[in-house]
Design a binder for this molecule. Structure first.
Ligand code: G4P
Length: 516
């Protein structure tokens, strides 16, 4: 797609800089080709030396990004990182998400920091489980979705069948903006529907059977599918669809050109009191992730903050509106796959890393002084609850500190029973427990084991203060405080939970806590 008329204006103003930002994530089911596509995108964006470093699967693909033993041993990607590159006059921030579903909470939080998502679908498999789950999160947040149907160089389903599946199973309108030229072994490129151009690896004549097929099928597309509608896309009701092969580097620039052309640029974000638009002059940022040990030689803790409005500059004084404390931003950093550099300035849409010693938490809002708090960063009720068993009782204090730090980072959720019993950790997937165990040992020298608990559910309890206190008194052995001191009711079963809800209609029990 070469039509850039609807793309960003080349302005140097704040609004111009912001309109050139494209902050997105890739969502997919494992094996659909997210890693390959990420590499190709970075390569197209000129970050060619980085391509090949993204992978973290298997020996051959080992890279420095495997900073953690567990990642190396299991060949999975645990970290969420951000990759910044320029393409087509835009500054792209690609937020990577962990591949393994045990780290889904991280992924969900990352999705709160993007303006769009690219949904990668394996052309032979169609919509798979995890794609659907991630799609649902995007829908909850009205995140516009661009679809990339990958692996067209292999035997695949019929394009119409895939489009049909997207619209029926996700209730999402589809508008193909390209069409495959050839299939499987004869797949050689794409036809750009809006601009009537072909992007093929070999010259293909109009008389070529592949082009004849394209023309015939496009008549059906015209008749059956809606035109691309920008508003509908922005609202998350319609997805533009691209066909390609990440492996063969086909269709990748179609996708990037589309993101340049119709973004979306950084969106407005809600706070408890008002909506903040990206082009407001005052800077406001939201911490959506904390990461320790990015560099194994230098123990540090980085808060990843998305700039939501205005311009951030190095040396500026920022207010953390949760604590009311301000600090000088000495060393904000940009990330390029695994490399980083000092960020002198950043604009709404950008993601900066802020080194800190535990003063920043997930959900924190940073401003130039205004006391607003962004909403929408979720904590999900954990699906697995375990009591931490300390091997060496002398290390109790150390364990307390370590658990707090790791919970602040979002490795696990921490619940302190109100009756003073040993802390309980909550996770979505068991791999998180392995990470906790390994990091406690490796970084804090504390060995732990896990014991089962009588609890299988955790729910945040809210309601009238007096009633809540009475409830907590009556259920002391099932109550815990989370990291922020908010009360959590622990239930032994779904049945118990429902009963408790019925018996306490004046209280509410939540499986999602919005932080920030
Ligand atoms: P993921 O991050 O979504 O898990 O997927 P990844 O990119 O690792 O791709 C999964 C497998 O699919 C890889 O094969 C990769 O090479 C292959 N693949 C990705 N894109 C395409 C494509 O467009 N066409 C074809 N034919 N294959 C594709 P693998 O066998 O697991 O690894 P490898 O040995 O090929 O690297």
């Amino acid at each position: 797609m070469t039509d850039r008329n609807d793309g960003p204006a080349p302005q140097s103003s704040l609004a111009g800089a912001i309109s050139r930002r494209r902050t997105f994530a890739i969502i997919s089911h494992p094996d659909a080709g997210k890693t390959t596509l990420t590499e190709r995108i970075l390569r197209a964006g000129g970050a060619i030396q980085l391509a090949g470093n993204v992978r973290a699967k298997g020996e051959r693909r080992r890279t420095r990004s495997d900073w953690m033993g567990i990642e190396r041993d299991r060949g999975i990607s645990v970290v969420t990182s951000v990759m910044t590159f320029e393409y087509g006059g835009c500054v792209f921030n690609l937020l990577d998400t962990p591949g393994h579903e045990d780290f889904s909470e991280d992924t969900y939080r990352t999705l709160t920091a993007v303006d769009s998502a690219v949904m990668v679908i394996d052309a032979a498999k169609g919509i798979e489980d995890r794609t659907r789950k991630l799609f649902e999160i995007c829908r909850l947040r009205d995140i516009p979705i661009v679809t990339f149907i990958n692996k067209m160089d292999r035997e695949s389903r019929d394009p119409f069948e895939i489009l049909d599946e997207i619209s029926s199973s996700l209730a999402l309108d589809t508008t193909p903006l390209t069409w495959p030229v050839g299939r499987a072994a004869t797949f050689v490129g794409t036809y750009d529907i809006r601009n009537d151009t072909v992007h093929t690896t070999i010259p293909v004549e109009e008389s070529d059977p592949r082009m004849v097929q394209v023309r015939e099928e496009l008549e059906l597309v015209d008749a059956a599918l809606p035109e691309f509608d920008r508003e509908s896309f922005d609202e998350g009701h319609l997805t533009p669809v691209f066909f390609g092969s990440a492996m063969k580097e086909i269709g990748v620039t179609d996708l990037l050109d589309a993101l340049v052309a119709f973004g979306p640029a950084p969106r407005a974000q809600n706070t408890e009191s008002r909506t903040v638009t990206a082009d407001e002059p005052q800077m406001a940022a939201l911490v959506f992730k904390i990461q320790a040990n990015m560099d194994p030689n230098h123990r540090d803790r980085i808060a990843f903050a998305r700039v939501c409005s205005g311009r951030l500059t190095r040396g500026m004084r920022l207010l953390n509106t949760r604590t009311g404390k301000s600090f000088v931003l000495h060393t904000p950093q940009f990330f390029f796959a695994r490399d980083r550099q000092l960020a002198e300035e950043a604009f709404a849409g950008d993601v900066v890393g802020i080194p800190n010693h535990g003063t920043l938490r997930i959900g924190d809002t940073l401003t130039e002084g205004e006391t607003i708090r962004f909403t929408g960063v979720p904590h999900f009720a954990p699906e697995i609850l375990r009591r931490v068993r300390l091997d060496d009782a002398m290390k109790a204090k150390k364990l307390r500190q370590a658990l707090t730090e790791l919970a602040e980072e979002g490795v696990v959720q921490l619940f302190r029973p109100q009756d003073g019993a040993q802390p309980i950790v909550g996770v979505v997937g068991t791999l998180q427990l392995d990470v906790l165990q390994e990091r406690l040992k490796g970084e804090y020298g504390v060995s732990i084991g896990f014991d089962s608990t009588p609890f299988s559910l955790a729910r945040w309890a809210t309601g009238d203060r007096t009633k809540l206190e009475a409830f907590m008194m009556a259920n002391r052995s099932s109550m815990a405080d989370d990291l922020d001191g908010d009360p959590v009711f622990l239930a032994s079963s779904g049945f118990m939970m429902r009963r408790t809800e019925e018996m306490n209609p004046e209280l509410a029990f939540h499986d999602i806590k919005q932080i920030g």
